[in-house]
Design a protein around this ligand. Structure first.
Ligand code: SF4
Ligand code: SF4
Length: 174
């Protein structure tokens, strides 16, 4: 199923590329930069079920479908467990490999995961306290390079309304 034009998909991928390039450039030369495989605090402390735009879900779903069947079953079971428990916050993302602290759909992850730690939203910082502590330790102050509200507005125009993983998985049963 693909209800999106190639242009919309290309635009989203370009946005992802820009965010990733910015993150890589920011970490470059800072061997103390804390975002890396194994640091999974952000993925273990999500607020309400992440609202992800519909086009982003299609991309994420492609990543999900590439996982081995037993891992897909594990992710589905975690989603179901969250649904039953009411996804009390903070909750752990069902796409996280909890043993190694790595995202199982890293290349397909949504914008919120790519900008987290650097973006600021009206009235609230969305940065990570590990990053802030490290920046202070190294006398660098704050690094904020994205306006989260603008990113979300761009996505809403480009990629449709947000969908939660409960709705998405319910619409795509095994
Ligand atoms: S945003 Fe924070 S918790 Fe997440 S990987 Fe980076 S340093 Fe770790
Ligand atoms: S999709 Fe991946 S990067 Fe995003 S919160 Fe889940 S595990 Fe973390």
């Amino acid at each position: 199923m693909n209800s999106w034009s190639e242009e919309q998909r290309r635009t989203l991928e370009e946005l992802y590329r820009r965010l990733d390039a910015r993150a890589v450039a920011t970490a470059e030369g800072r061997d103390w930069w804390p975002c890396r495989k194994g640091c999974d605090h952000c993925c273990r402390h999500l607020a309400d079920p992440l609202p992800i735009t519909a086009l982003e879900w299609e991309v994420l779903w492609e990543g999900f479908l590439r996982l081995p069947p037993e891992i897909q079953a594990e992710v589905r079971a975690h989603v179901e467990e969250l649904r039953r428990s009411g996804a009390r916050r903070p909750y752990t993302c069902p796409f996280l490999d909890r043993e190694v602290g790595a995202c199982r759909v890293y290349a397909h992850r949504p914008m919120a995961c790519r900008s987290y730690g650097f973006a600021v939203s009206r009235g609230q910082g969305l940065w990570c306290h590990f990053l802030i502590e490290k920046l202070q330790e190294h006398g660098e102050g704050e690094i904020v390079w994205s306006n989260q509200d603008a990113l979300e507005e761009t996505l809403a125009r480009l990629a449709g309304p947000p969908v939660t993983f409960f709705e998405w998985f319910a619409a795509h049963p095994e």
